[in-house]
Design a protein around this ligand. Structure first.
Ligand code: PMP
Length: 518
């Protein structure tokens, strides 16, 4: 069914990285139950060339807690039943400890974490500097709230604002991305006096009652009356959408689609902007409140738009009285490599920026940053948030901003991310089921297809096979896309070229294994 090596621009390349087989007995890195990984279930499974994981000198604590069986029992009985559904992997990963880009499970097996708790661990698990800042604050003051004046809040707000261009200078702190987006919806409506908000299909902006209206992905929808006033328009997805060519996006890798556009002209962009105009003409009133857009879709599978799409969309939105909101929950804090914020790569300045995830390296936190003018409109009522901007969150987030600078993580994102995408594109050219490689910096998507000609999504059970195999070989990545067809690579921004080579070798091996089993 699936062909190995048949390709559109066929060029076979050697495996990236060194492929060496290390017997389990000699490995201090993999503490596997005997035979767990290397079972000879079929001759094709023989692990003759599992790549060697880069070394790590950090020694995790020995796990002495609850058994795996007991955790699963509690998970079934006492936890939100949905988490059984979202648990990654048939044989789940029981995570015990983390250090920088590494995770250890309760058996002591080490994993290269390329998903970072869903693009959230920005500078590294338990980064020593951030951990130290948290400890210092933990000893000084855990909680007070913004009815008092306390230094960490003010230090942080000033520092965060200094990372944004004028006039984005007023900071509201929240505890999550959904909360930040919900606040932005309210502010946009109050400021403009309009109600309708437009988002792009395939987007994810949160799971709270209001933000579910923005989110455009059936998996997250409930059969109840949704948030009113939310309309979505066609996502300008230049790989999967009806239009797209070979120059459209701002990425080191373009699509495999042909392009007849003259230089400086993008037919796909014109078509997708036409769809937005159609939405304005048919689905919303003449005046709107806002347009929300992720600079690169996250949950949607690192979907990128044509280069000028957001710029032209912002103009059209503003002509209709709306404000433009960049959801930087995944793309912010240097992840896209070329810039600190994803919107800067689109050459736009939003009226509001929402953020979360990487802001606190895993500490629960979110923010909305907006203009003084919008802030004034919002001051009509009292907005209070008990935990938003609490001293712990502010101390952690402040240290995250310092660490991004001191560790040069934005530059790492650019260098390692560009290398990864360039190498992944070679695998795309080699394997028929790798349809697209895209992204910027360390916000990467690899879209899997049945074949390149149809671009039909690779079925979820097949995607899961590769996903499981990667995990068994020690690499954690994510899945996304509206059909669950896209692998997502969004590691802590401290990974190295050596880690990248290890991932590339493991990824190729798991794709190869999958093809061989067909
Ligand atoms: N916006 C985007 C782009 C996201 O990816 C997410 C979370 N996946 C959210 C908003 C919601 O954030 P949270 O889960 O912190 O509420």
């Amino acid at each position: 069914m699936y062909k190995v090596g048949s390709c559109l621009r066929g060029r076979a390349v050697p495996l990236s990285g060194t492929l060496r087989w290390r017997p389990p007995s000699s490995s201090t890195e993999f503490h596997l139950p005997a035979g767990a990984l290397y079972q000879k279930t079929s001759p094709r499974h023989l692990p003759t060339d599992i790549p060697e994981m880069p070394p790590c000198s950090f020694k995790p604590e020995e796990y002495k807690g609850m058994s795996k069986e007991r955790m699963m029992e509690i998970r079934r009985k006492n936890c939100n039943p949905m988490i059984m559904k979202v648990t990654s992997y048939k044989k789940p990963v029981f995570v015990h400890q983390g250090h920088m880009q590494w995770l250890w499970d309760v058996d002591g097996k080490r994993y290269l974490d390329l998903f970072a708790g869903v693009a959230t661990v920005s500078v590294g698990h338990c980064h020593p500097r951030v951990t130290e800042a948290a400890l210092q604050q933990l000893k000084r003051l855990w909680h007070t709230t913004n009815i008092y004046v306390y230094p960490p809040l003010h230090e942080y707000c000033e520092k965060l604002a200094s990372h944004l261009p004028d006039p984005l200078k007023v900071v509201y702190l929240t505890n999550s991305g959904s909360e930040a987006n919900e606040l932005a919806m309210l502010m946009a409506r109050l400021h403009t006096g309009n109600f309708d908000i437009i988002t792009l299909r395939g987007s994810y902006h949160g799971g709270s009652p209001q933000t579910l209206g923005l989110t455009s992905n059936a998996a997250y929808k409930y059969p109840i009356a949704g948030a009113s006033g939310c309309t979505n328009t066609m996502c300008p997805d230049v790989f999967r959408g009806p239009w797209g060519g070979s120059h459209c996006r701002d990425s080191p890798v373009q699509t495999i689609r042909d392009c007849g556009c003259a230089q400086g002209h993008c037919m796909a962009n014109e078509q997708y902007i036409g769809q937005l105009k159609d939405t304005f003409a048919t689905s919303v009133p003449s005046r709107i409140a806002a347009f929300f857009g992720e600079p690169i879709q996250g949950v949607g599978g690192a979907v990128q738009y044509p280069k000028n799409y957001l710029k032209e969309a912002y103009t059209l939105v503003r002509e209709r009285g709306g404000v433009c909101i960049a959801d930087e929950v995944q793309t912010g804090f240097g992840r896209t490599g070329t810039h600190f914020w994803g919107f800067q790569g689109h050459d736009v300045i939003p009226d509001m920026v929402t953020m979360a995830k990487g802001i606190g390296n895993g500490f629960p936190m979110g923010a909305v940053v907006t203009t003084p003018e919008i802030a004034v409109s919002f001051a009509k009522g009292v907005h209070f948030n008990t935990f938003g901007g609490n001293p712990m969150a502010c101390a952690v987030a402040s240290s995250v901003l310092d660490t991004i600078k001191e560790d040069g993580t934005q530059q790492i994102s650019l260098n390692v991310g560009t290398y990864l995408m360039t190498e992944l594109a070679k695998l795309r050219d080699k394997y028929e089921i790798i349809g697209d490689v895209r992204g910027k910096g360390l916000q990467i998507g690899v879209e899997m297809v049945k074949d390149k000609a149809s671009r039909d999504p690779l079925p979820p059970e097949h995607v899961s096979e590769i996903f499981e195999d990667l995990k068994d070989m020690g690499v954690l990545i994510g899945k996304g896309g509206i059909f669950g067809q896209t692998f997502r690579v969004k590691p802590p921004m401290c990974i190295t070229m050596e880690d990248a080579d290890f991932f590339l070798a493991v990824f190729e091996k798991s794709v190869h294994n999958f093809m061989e089993r067909r």
